[in-house]
Design a protein around this ligand. Structure first.
Ligand code: SF4
Length: 376
């Protein structure tokens, strides 16, 4: 099966108040260069006997747009040594506002990057400050214009909802501005407050209100209503695209297709096992430099676990799961095995059958964890 390749770039200009990803504040270019050396070595050492076909490459982070074009080209050259990258591959780079210039964008395009995953989050300057994003709304507008001028014709906006104090009207204005700018793809995130972050501390100490889950649900429902009649189609719980612009890379995760991850904290799935790298950048670089494996853990998935994952990941897609294809892949008749649970979830209005398909309802998308727990 054609694989995807994920590359983790852990550096950011500063740390956002809600972030608990494996990131490091960008200190000096020497540290980045050393990391890129380690990343290229890890990719090269993974060589399969025959270069494995791949049709997506995804630079995630962190802030991959802090890479110089030369660093990005070096990494892609290493990827090309271990993988047979198809000519029409989707090559995505996550970018944050105010981290690129017209020159770097032109060089990324020349290096075949053809999709920008753009971390807008919100066009509200008060909320950008609360999130400590290190840019303002104008930076996002300017960078978006530069992306278009550099011939990026596949741009996705990351947007966030459920912020402390955020009102439904704030979100409506945000969404209007996002749709007016007219990207090809939208990804929506509901803020999660992680324990050890500055934002969690601000909420604990009462300096910020507790995010309101009900308002977040209203925001989500508003988005579903607002995109009706536009070119956008929802294809996954949190993802919306114009025709032909669904993320090919992310769809691999939901379809349980192999994705090989490289870099600190990167996760891989080879079709049977999941494994993941060390979470600390210094430890990762030291392991690679000393020719040790950077893998920190592995889960060899049992047959039952794989079948369960195939169900709940597939249900994230609005197209749902084909019962026939599922039975072919797993030998399991979902209707029979989960008869009682499916009846209960159907009665609660969370799932529905449409011909051969089992899928979430709109309500089911809001309470998807309740559905997924049946298969987990
Ligand atoms: S830009 Fe993203 S990865 Fe970097 S600190 Fe902010 S939230 Fe975390």
């Amino acid at each position: 099966m054609t694989a995807g390749v994920y590359l983790h770039i852990p550096f950011c200009k500063s740390r956002c108040s809600y972030c608990d990803f494996a990131t490091d504040v960008y200190r000096e270019s020497g540290a980045v260069e050393r990391y890129v050396d380690a990343l290229c070595s890890e990719i090269r050492s993974s060589k399969f006997e025959v270069r494995r076909p791949a049709d997506t490459v995804y630079f995630g982070g962190g802030t991959p747009s802090l890479l110089s074009p030369m660093q990005l080209e070096r990494i892609l050259a290493a990827v090309n040594e271990s993988f047979d990258i198809e000519g029409d591959a989707e090559i995505t780079l996550e970018m944050n506002p105010a981290t690129v210039t017209a020159e770097t964008l032109a060089a990324y395009r020349a290096a075949d990057v053809n999709r920008a995953s753009f971390g807008v989050q919100t066009f509200n300057d008060r909320d950008l400050k609360l999130l400590a994003r290190g840019h303002d709304a104008n930076d996002a507008r300017t960078t978006f214009r530069m992306l278009r001028e550099a011939d990026f014709s596949n741009i996705s906006f990351d947007l966030i909802i459920g912020l402390p104090g955020q009102k439904l009207d704030d979100w409506k204005r945000n969404l209007d501005e996002a749709l007016t700018l007219d990207p090809e793809h939208l990804s929506l995130y509901i803020l999660e407050v992680h324990e050890a972050t500055p934002l969690a501390e601000q909420i604990r100490s009462g300096r910020r209100p507790v995010p309101d889950e009900e308002i977040a649900a209203e925001m989500y429902e508003h988005l579903l209503e607002r995109i009706e009649g536009t070119e956008f189609e929802q294809y996954e719980i949190s993802n919306f695209a114009k025709p032909g612009f669904a993320s090919r890379h992310n769809t691999k995760y939901w379809r349980l297709e192999p994705v090989f991850g490289f870099g600190v904290s990167a996760h891989s799935f080879d079709g049977a096992s999941r494994y993941w790298n060390l979470r600390d950048t210094n430890e990762y670089v030291a392991a690679i430099e000393h020719e040790r494996s950077a893998v920190a853990g592995r889960d060899d998935l049992s047959y039952e676990k794989l079948a369960g994952e195939r169900a709940f990941l597939g249900l994230r897609l609005t197209s749902g799961i084909s019962l026939t294809e599922y039975a072919k892949a797993t030998g399991i008749d979902l209707r029979e095995k989960y008869a009682a649970d499916l009846e209960r979830l159907g009665d609660a209005g969370l799932i529905e059958f449409a011909g051969d398909k089992l899928r979430l309802t709109r309500r089911g998308m809001l309470f998807s964890n309740e559905v997924f727990s049946v298969f987990a």
